[in-house]
Write a protein that binds this ligand. Structure first.
Ligand code: A2P
Length: 272
């Protein structure tokens, strides 16, 4: 059995495949369609997109065309970061579903606690209103789990204090040298699944000589080492690639990093 066949469990009991295919920065059109199709063909059963990526229509078409039963593919999308009203959340959800052309989502996330062009802005009140819409979308059966992305501890605390249903996942930037120990620990303590985007630091780790030396000891590539590291932190990696060979390789991570190597990776300072 490969890691591609294994699940983490969300707080509501639903399984979520342990490796997801990330589609951030894959251009809309043929590139997004082909990359998603390639991932599905190679056994990925978890696809992560967002309204803001602009590629939902192509990702959805690739999922529909793959001929895999819908219940066997886990699909995530995200509410754009700039949408901070209850009505806006519902409206954007409908747009996402029209673009994907799927019946339901497996996971719907608030993309960020603040609009990207006003990072750090205090939107705590607005996030509580948006979260109410997320809860209703969940309860209406239109998606199977809800969560957040890029939320720091104070952002989460406000939602946790006002919610009826707790966020089930927090998708954050996570890679060797940027493991966000405090935030990850907080989420895991709250039983919020942490998902890691940019597990290869968007490529910045790939030419690192010391990582290459460690990877060789496992007969793995640096990319595989990085994906494996994320998994062993109990975090769900979302590697992205447009090349079928890389897509295949990134999911072949059936080796175990030693405790010593994990410690040494934990101790690395971020270079990205
Ligand atoms: P490409 O998309 O051209 O295939 P991240 O997952 O951290 O966002 O990193 C994505 C970047 O890493 C992309 O530039 C992608 O290239 C590259 N990449 C992904 N997997 C591999 C791999 N196995 N080997 C080398 N480069 C990779």
């Amino acid at each position: 059995m490969s890691v591609l066949d294994e699940d983490f469990t969300l707080p509501n009991g639903n399984g979520i495949p342990k490796i997801g295919f990330g589609t951030w920065q894959i251009p809309a059109g043929e590139a997004a369609y082909a990359a998603t199709a390639s991932a599905l063909c190679q056994g990925y059963r978890h696809i992560d997109t967002a309204r803001a990526y602009g590629n939902e229509a192509d990702v959805g078409r690739a999922i529909r065309d793959a001929g895999i039963d819908r219940s066997r593919v886990f699909v995530t999308s995200k509410l754009p970061a700039e949408i901070k009203s209850y009505e806006g959340a519902w409206q954007s959800y409908r747009e996402t579903m029209a673009a994907l052309d799927l019946e339901y989502l497996d996971l719907y996330l608030i993309h960020a606690p603040w609009p990207w062009d006003r990072m750090g802005m205090d939107c705590r009140r607005e996030n509580v209103l948006v979260w109410k819409a997320m809860e209703e979308i969940l309860e209406s059966g239109r998606c199977r789990a809800i969560g957040v992305s890029n939320f720091a501890i104070p952002d989460l605390e406000v939602v946790l204090a006002h919610c009826r249903i707790k966020p089930m996942a927090n998708q954050i930037r996570f890679f060797v040298g940027h493991a966000q120990a405090e935030l990850t620990g907080f989420c895991q303590h709250q039983e919020i699944l942490v998902e890691g985007y940019s597990p290869l630091a968007t490529g910045a780790l790939l030419n690192d000589a010391s990582l290459a030396a460690m990877a060789r000891r496992y007969q793995a590539s640096v990319a595989q080492l990085c994906v494996r590291y994320v998994l062993q932190k109990g975090v769900l990696p979302l590697p992205k690639s447009t090349h079928p060979e890389f897509i295949r390789q990134n999911a072949q991570v059936d080796f175990i990093l030693s405790e010593d190597d994990m410690r040494s990776l934990d101790a690395r300072k971020s270079t990205a």
